[in-house]
Design a protein around this ligand. Structure first.
Ligand code: NDP
Length: 241
């Protein structure tokens, strides 16, 4: 049976590359997004992948979105929790709103989505959960106390959930991209970006497809024994112990 994949934030950037690669591998794919209808329309037109608008930080909206996807494509077997935002500020200037938005969209979203597909995965005895964290959740980053906290939270979430899913055929892994050439990174001031690239031993930004291929591998039957793992994809910018 063809498996169904949900990629949150799957209409742009890294998420779109994941959606496209999963489609190319033969999966049924649903791409979620938050508000950018233009990007979603473009994604649907160019890829033929159906896009579903709901806010991953809203538990009830997620429930409705998942129901719509499952009505169209069948039970969700694979979830890539990829949607994320940044609201950077040095901590002494960070507002509660900046903190809360990033925690809600980058971390609580993974609870909202995974919690509502988890029982189905347990019943069917198969599941793949892939959480997209960040190099900055591993090492911390100046100006990103909110984002680093949320992304580090995803790593702990993964490690706990992997233990709970193991006996039910569910693997749970986390991917930590380094700096990848997407709109999120293009928004970084040029001078800062130059210094970031200089700190990447491979000497360039990563490509969205390089994150997508890791997700495709973790989704596969060949990866059944990999669970609870933190997969670093960063051109040796940060080598975690
Ligand atoms: P983009 O900004 O290019 O795309 C973000 C996607 O997430 C969009 O599809 C967006 O939808 C969606 N999204 C944002 N908020 C919500 C929401 N509340 N509900 C549903 N969907 C939402 O991001 P990237 O591709 O750069 O990043 C993808 C992931 O990878 C993020 O989690 C990011 O933190 C992580 N990451 C990125 C790195 C990079 O270098 N780019 C490095 C390390 C990690 P819409 O179009 O509607 O706004």
């Amino acid at each position: 049976m063809t498996k169904t994949v949900l990629v949150t934030g799957g209409t742009r950037g890294i998420g779109r590359a994941i959606s496209e690669m999963m489609k190319a591998k033969g999966y049924k794919v649903a791409a979620n997004y938050g508000g950018n209808d233009e990007a979603a329309k473009q994604c649907e037109k160019e890829t033929g992948i159906k896009c579903y608008k709901f806010d991953v930080s809203d538990y009830d909206a997620v429930g409705k979105g998942l129901a719509a996807i499952e009505a169209d494509l069948g039970p969700i077997d694979i979830v890539v929790n990829n949607a994320g935002v940044t609201r950077d500020a040095p901590f002494h200037k960070m507002s509660l709103d900046q903190w809360q938005q990033v925690i809600d969209i980058d971390l609580t979203s993974a609870f909202n989505v995974t919690r509502q597909v988890w029982e189905g995965m347990r019943e069917r005895g198969f599941g793949r959960v892939i959480n997209i964290s960040s190099i900055n959740g591993q090492k911390g980053q100046f100006g990103q106390a909110n984002y680093s906290a949320a992304k580090a939270g995803l790593i702990g979430f993964t490690k706990a959930l992997a233990q709970e899913g193991a006996k039910k055929g569910i693997t749970v892994n986390v991917v930590c991209p380094g700096y990848i050439d997407t709109e999120m990174v293009q928004a970084v001031p040029e001078k800062v970006l130059e210094s970031i690239i200089a700190s990447i031993p491979v000497g360039r930004l990563g490509k969205a497809e390089e994150i997508a291929s890791m997700c495709a591998y973790l989704s596969s039957d060949e990866a059944a024994f990999i669970t609870g793992a933190t997969m670093t994809v960063n051109g040796a910018q940060y080598i975690a112990g």
